[in-house]
Design a protein around this ligand. Structure first.
Ligand SMILES: Nc1ncnc2c1ncn2[C@@H]1O[C@H](COP(=O)(O)OP(=O)(O)OP(=O)(O)O)[C@@H](O)[C@H]1O
Ligand SMILES: [Mg+2]
Length: 258
């Protein structure tokens, strides 16, 4: 009986080791990559200041391309490290409406420049919950960026709403983008799964990690060609407090992807 457990435990340990090696490696790469990034930035600025002449524009465009690549790699590493070594939770009594409004304000200008109509339908009263505000803003930002990146119609619409479902606070991000093909629906939470040219496939795994750490659940409904609706449901303030004081041992709610 114990023998049959050995390979399973071995696999789990190997996975844990691999995770530790991967995050250690990412950490080691980060500093030299940052200096490469800063140098690329300086080279672009210095070249730009030179008088126009032989091959300037050619060299400048190569330097700009290097800058773009180092920026992308450095963002990828930061996201990966955030996933592999999530910061500890700083839970405070908060208002989901305020977290949503702050995140929307951050994206407003960018979205309107890209022709995206952003509509907020927030619950008329505050939506209290116990949350790590920074992490929830990060999760929401990832969902909103996914919605924006899925836009494929002339009229681009994203609607964000908040409210209560069975007494639990929820936030919903609805887009009228291309939708998620049925074949991809089982994959979207997989680390590094992406269908985008410049995607890293870390957005949804990070969202899921944050939502799980809050004891919440994510459900996604998508219709190909029509759009996607992502709903994050979180425990109410009272439920979180009860859980923190150990009175409620309820497990995590599963994700639903339809
Ligand atoms: N709102 C959406 N509409 C359509 N497809 C989506 C939507 N959200 C996620 N997806 C699909 O799920 C995939 C994984 O999303 P995820 O956010 O994890 O990674 P990504 O957006 O590709 O890269 P990044 O790490 O930059 O977020 C996307 O590549 C896309 O195929
Ligand atoms: Mg994403």
């Amino acid at each position: 009986m114990y023998n049959s457990l050995v390979p399973i435990m071995g696999t789990k340990k190997q996975l844990a080791d691999l995770g530790a090696v991967a995050s250690g490696l990412a950490h080691e790469i980060r500093n030299p990559l940052n200096s490469l990034h800063i140098n690329s930035q300086l080279i672009v600025e210095m070249l730009d200041a030179l008088p126009d002449g032989q091959q300037k524009s050619e060299i400048l465009s190569m330097a700009q391309s290097n800058l773009k690549v180092t920026k992308r790699l450095s963002d990828l590493l930061s996201d990966f490290l955030r996933y592999a070594r999530p910061p500890s939770m700083e839970l405070v009594v908060s208002d989901l409406n305020r977290i949503v409004s702050e995140t929307l304000r951050f994206l407003e200008v960018d979205f309107s420049r890209r022709g995206v109509e952003l509509a907020a339908r927030l619950h008329p009263e505050p939506v209290p919950l116990f949350a790590d505000e920074k992490q929830l803003r990060q999760a929401l930002l990832n969902l909103l960026l996914n919605a924006e990146e899925a836009m494929d119609k002339d009229r681009k619409r994203i609607r964000v709403s908040t409210g209560f479902s069975g007494g639990r606070p929820f936030v919903r991000v609805q887009d009228n983008g291309r939708g998620i093909p049925a074949a991809d629906r089982g994959q979207i939470f997989r680390l590094f799964f992406t269908t985008r040219r410049n995607g890293s496939g870390l957005g949804l795994p990070i969202v899921r990690q944050i939502v799980r750490n809050h004891g919440g659940k994510i459900s996604i409904r998508s219709r190909q060609g029509m759009g996607t609706t992502v709903t994050v449901t979180l425990p109410s303030e009272a439920q979180s407090k009860a859980k923190l004081s150990g009175r409620s041992g309820r497990g995590l709610l599963p994700e639903k992807v339809r």
